[in-house]
Design a protein around this ligand. Structure first.
Ligand code: ADP
Ligand code: ADP
Ligand code: MG
Length: 649
């Protein structure tokens, strides 16, 4: 037994805050680290004893700086390091280095990370234990002719995957033979850039599967428990956005089989700590091992809420050398939990990250909801980190209860200053056949299949939003003076941005009313100011909405959706930008240019690929025309708002 007295949390954002919570509960002293950009971040604030990691190389994240992290731990005589997820959590060299320095690494052994860290070595290990694998080639030979031969044997469609990949990156579906060679080199390139290793593997592409994973925990004495499954089939770009436990379509037989297989794998590799076995489950309920994540997962909250187990607490006990305090028979799943990941990104623009200052984050928290928050007011959401800013997990007796609670909670969050995926999440949870009647099974294709409808819905903007915007302006100009009434019959034109789209509308003022004119639509709204709290009426009915004003933005909740409208002129300039000029939406690396000068393009044509925030983003044309000038080349590092390309009409 090696008592842990202090822990250095080598991470940032919501997960650093979450780990700190358990440390405080256990009375263990916590320390943290932060990068220059994170000086005022929520984790730096909450953890308290935080040390700056100076940036050494421009290309590498301070959170990956092993030497500086170890130095801080030693200087403060810290007993253990918790790596969280991402960053150093699956870095075997870091785990060995901790061991060498006599610091406890809260995670599995370096050996287990090495075995499971790369997808290929994991599959080669699992193959020997007779656990079903997705057919594929997981060897070292990377010769294209050899890969072609293997691909023919496996059969199309195929998936090319980076062996060392993660976070859904470095994956490409190949429909037919003729696409293989080009994609092979592209994926290799992408893998090299993202993971520093270009080894790839080939896998049979399973059509419309489900992603089901099993959370296991093992101690250093050979005891194991499974905390059952999580269903993580709702994904965008192979990355989870909504996860739940238990899975509606996993019955007791399948659950038992998957639990047994997972514990068998863990036992065979003498795994200790918390780990997740990820499987693909096909239509016939056959399951295939996909990969093992040798760390705490983002979505561990749903398991904690349904089993009552604090996974971080167990990780610490196991790292100390304690025996698991519970046995499998004492584990039971109760109720249902569902989690949604809130990302600062724009689902209407191909999930383009929304970066800048998050003006306000306000939440009215409901009972049975867990909020894991990585930001606060005025947090800078920068391009160097993952754009996930918060997780919301709702618990209920039944799945429907938890889904309804999650929807209600999401509708009660105000975020202003940046675009987020909250409306997308709310719309997803509102699709009846997947969440109420359960007539349809959610597969990993779910979002792709439903996204167009959702986007279409969101783009049909209700012009009541314009009226609410005007109402807030009138209210601010001191309604009691009714100065605006002097402007009766006065007409004004407004340019505002909603969902990052510019809108122009006119307002004609009357006596205690105003008319909003948008294209052919005209609606008259009345203001009822008979009491202190003025109301906005349409057809004599009060509009029910809620809004939050901040320095530079107006956040509105209306009919179950959230709207963020920039109100400062600085933000409005961006809105009016010329659609013939394509600006870089954020700092990044140009990875592909799909057009040539002189080429004709249409609205929606793909122009340029930009790699930023650990993802590749496609920049598409917002109008039709001819490419006049291309202002960048592949490999260029560009800054935000750099002109990349110009079109002419
Ligand atoms: P990562 O390390 O990025 O999490 P995974 O191997 O876990 O990579 O795969 C991520 C996602 O990609 C899965 O959840 C699943 O949706 C999809 N996927 C992976 N392999 C396959 C496959 N062979 N067939 C179909 N979908 C797959
Ligand atoms: P989970 O199953 O825990 O959700 P994800 O694959 O979504 O795992 O990754 C969790 C976090 O770690 C994400 O922020 C992701 O961007 C990051 N991440 C995962 N694998 C890697 C990797 N190999 N390199 C860099 N970041 C990674
Ligand atoms: Mg995975």
């Amino acid at each position: 037994m090696n008592k842990i007295k202090s822990v250095l949390i080598a991470n940032r954002g919501e997960i650093a805050v979450r780990i700190d919570k358990t440390l405080k509960k256990l009375g263990i002293k916590s320390y943290g680290i932060y990068s220059h950009a994170d000086k005022k971040s929520i984790h730096t604030n909450i953890i308290g004893n935080c040390y700056l990691i100076k940036s050494q190389k421009k290309s590498s994240s301070p959170y990956l700086d092993i030497d500086q992290i170890i130095t801080i731990a030693k200087k403060n005589k810290i007993t253990a390091i918790h790596p969280g997820y991402g960053f150093l959590s699956e870095n075997a060299d870091f785990a060995s280095r901790c061991e060498k320095e006599k610091i406890i690494f809260i995670g599995p052994s370096a050996h287990a990370i090495r075995l499971m860290g790369s997808k290929t070595s994991a599959k080669n290990t699992i193959e020997k234990i007779n656990i079903p694998l997705i057919p594929g080639y997981f060897g070292k030979n990377q010769d294209i002719e050899f890969i072609k031969e293997k691909a023919n044997k496996i059969g199309y469609p195929l998936l090319l995957k980076a062996s060392h990949g993660g976070g859904g990156k470095g994956m490409r579906v190949i429909e037919k033979k003729s696409q293989l060679e080009k994609a092979f080199y592209e994926v290799k390139n992408e893998s090299k850039m993202s993971f520093g290793n270009d080894e790839i593997m080939v896998e049979k592409y399973i059509d419309s599967p489900r992603h089901i994973e099993i959370q296991i925990i093992g101690d250093k004495h050979g005891n194991y428990i499974s905390l059952n499954e999580r269903d993580c089939s709702i994904q965008r770009r192979y990355q989870k956005i909504i996860e739940e436990a238990p899975s509606v379509h996993v019955d007791e037989t399948l659950r038992n089989k998957m639990n047994l297989a997972s514990i068998l794998i863990a036992r065979k590799i003498k795994y200790f700590g918390a780990g997740t076995l990820e499987y693909i489950v096909d239509k016939k309920n056959n399951f295939y091992f996909m990969e093992m994540n040798t760390r705490l997962q983002v979505e561990h909250s749903v398991t904690e809420m349904t089993t009552g187990v604090d996974i971080v607490e167990l990780q610490i006990k196991i790292a100390e050398g304690q025996k698991l305090p519970v046995t499998q028979t004492e584990i039971y799943t109760k109720g249902h939990a569902i989690e949604a990941r809130i990302y600062c990104e724009d689902p209407l623009k191909n999930y383009l990250p929304s970066i800048g200052i998050l003006d306000r984050f306000k939440i009215n928290k409901f009972e049975n909801c867990r909020i894991d928050l990585g930001v606060k007011d005025k947090t800078f959401v920068g391009p160097s980190f993952d754009p996930m800013i918060a997780k919301v997990t709702a618990y209920g007796d039944t799945r429907l209860d938890s889904v309804n609670l999650l929807k209600k909670q999401l509708k009660n969050i105000f975020i202003s200053g940046l675009e987020t995926n909250i409306n997308l999440l709310i719309k997803i949870l509102g699709i009846d056949e997947y969440f109420v009647s359960n007539k349809k099974v959610i597969t990993t294709k779910f979002l792709d299949e439903n996204l167009n409808n959702i986007i279409f819905d969101l783009k049909e903007l209700n012009i009541d939003i314009f009226a609410i915007y005007i109402f807030s302006r009138i209210r601010n100009s001191d309604l009691k003076n009714l100065s605006w009434q002097k402007n009766v019959n006065f007409q004004e034109t407004f340019n505002i941005s909603v969902f990052n789209q510019p809108y122009e509308f006119k307002v004609k003022y009357g006596l205690l009313n105003f008319e909003v004119i948008y294209g052919k639509i005209k609606k008259t709204y009345c203001i009822d100011e008979t009491n202190d709290n003025p109301k906005l009426l349409l057809n004599n009915k009060e509009l029910e909405f809620d809004f939050l004003e901040s320095e530079k933005n107006l956040a509105i909740h209306y009919l179950g959706l959230s709207y963020n409208i920039p109100t400062s002129t600085e933000n409005l300039i961006q809105v009016k930008k010329d659609s013939n000029i394509i600006y870089s939406p954020m700092p990044g690396l140009i990875t592909n240019i799909m057009v040539k000068e002189g080429q004709e393009v249409k609205h929606g044509s793909e122009l340029i690929k930009l790699s930023a925030m650990k993802m590749e983003h496609t920049i598409s044309s917002e109008s039709s025309g001819v490419v006049n000038i291309i202002n960048c080349k592949i490999g260029d590092l560009v800054a935000e708002k750099d002109i990349l390309l110009e079109l002419k009409k």
